[in-house]
Design a protein around this ligand. Sequence first.
Ligand code: ATP
Ligand code: MG
Length: 463
Amino acid sequence: MIKKLISKLFTPRAARPILSVRRHAPQRVPQSKHGIDRRLVSRHAIKVCDVLHEHGYQAYIVGGAVRDLIVGAQPKDFDVATDATPEQVQALFRRARIIGRRFRLVHVVFGQEIIETSTFRASSSDEQTTDEHGRILRDNVFGTLEEDAARRDFTLNALYYDPATEIVIDYHNGVADLKKKVISIIGDPAKRYREDPVRMLRGIRFAAKLGFTIAPATLAPIRDMAHLIENVPASRLFDEMLKMLTCGHAMDCLRRLRAEGLHKGLLPLLDVVLDQPDGERFVELALERTDMRVRSGKSVSPSFLFAALLWQQVNQRWQQYRAAGELPIPALGMAVDSVLDDQTEKLAIQRRFVSDMREIWFMQPRFERRQSKAAWRMLEQPRFRAACDFLQLRAAAGEVDAQLAQWWMDLADANDAKRAAMLDELARQPRASGEGSGRKRRRRSGRSRAGGGTEGGATPVAG
Ligand code: ATP
Ligand code: MG
C-alpha cells in the first residue's frame, strides 16, 4: 500500500492518467468478443504486467501481439506498455536494461525472451521536433494511455490487453476493424504519413501479411505521398524492407508496393528487375521459397534474399564486362561492386550482409568445377550452404543445369564418406566438357587458367 502511494507520488505528471482529461471513453472489449486465448500469451509478458500491477502501475500487452492473437496468428514477440517510467520499470526487474535514444524503453530479459516495455507516450505536436517535411525526429514525451493509443499507427495496432482481467482496451475501433479485415490509420492519413512515411510501407505490409484490405481513406493519399520515402534514413528503410521480405507474403508486398508507386525509393533496381520477364521469374521464385520457409516456421537469411533480389543486375553487368573482354572473375567483381554502389546509396544494406552476399555470388562460378580438391574446398566455405541454395534457385529459373545443382545439393547433404564416394564416381566418369582437372587439356587447347572458375563448361548464366 505504502509502496503504491510512493510510486504514485513519483510518477511524472504527464504519466498520471488520473490527471488527464478523457476525450472519449474507450471500449472495453471482453474475452468473449475478442477471443484471445490466454494460454497463447507469453508467460513472461504476463509476469511483467503482474509485477507492474503489484506496484501500482498500469500495464498492458500492446501492439502486434494483441493484433496477432485476435486473428489467431502466432505473435513474433510481446511488448508491454505502462505508465511507469523506464527507471521505475528497471528497478522492478533483476535483468532489465534501458535502451533507445529516440525513445527510451526497457528490455526486460527472461532467458531467450525479451519483453520490450515502454512508457505511455504522447504525441503533442508542440513537443515534437520535425524536419522540413513534417517528419518527426524526436517524440519522447510521456503521456497517458489514451495519448499512447492516439500516436500509434493503425487502429488494429492500438489495442491494449490486460492479462489480469482479459479485457482489451480499444480507443479506435481496432477490434471491429480486425473483424472486418480492414487496415485503417488513426487520425488524418496525410498528416500521419508526413510525420512518418514508413507508415505507408507498414500499412502495405500488414495488408499483405493479414490478407486485409486498406480502408479507402487510408490508401488514398499514398500515391501522391510516396516520394516522402526518400527522406527516411536508409537504415530504417532497410529494416522495414527486411520485415516485408520476411513476413511470409513478400511477393504480395512487392506487388502492392509497386501498385502504389512505393517501391522506387526502396530498391531502385526493383522496378527494373520486375519489368524484365526473366528477372521477375527469378525474384518470384526466390520470394516464393522464402515465403514457404517463413510460413513453415524456418529462418531465412537476409543476405540470401538480397543476393537474390540483386542477382539479375549483377548477372547482366557481369556479362557486359565479359563481353568487353574482362576475365570472368574480375568481371564478376566489377559487376558486384557497381550494383552494390548503386544500391547502398538508398537502402543501407548492412555491412555484414553485404559480405555474405558477395560470398554467395562469388561462389556461383565455382560450382562449375567439381574436381575433388575444389569441391572439398567449397564444402569448407562458411557460406557454402547459402551459395548452394542460391544455385538451386538459379537452376529452378533455368539459368544453370538442374542436374549440376542437384549434385551439389546431394553433396551438401551427404556425410564425408558419401561425399568421397560421389567425388570418386565423378572422377571415373568421362568428364563433362570444361570440368577436367585438365590442366593439360587446357594447356593443349591454349586456354588460360587465369580468373579460375567459369572457364570452359556450360556458361553459368544466360547471356
Ligand atoms: P510486427 O512486429 O509484426 O512487425 P508490430 O505491430 O508489432 O508488427 P512493431 O514495429 O513491433 O510492429 O511496433 C510495435 C507497435 O508500435 C505497433 O503495433 C504500433 O502500435 C507501434 N508503432 C510501430 N511503428 C510505428 C509507427 N511508425 N508509427 C506509429 N506507431 C508505430
Ligand atoms: Mg512487434
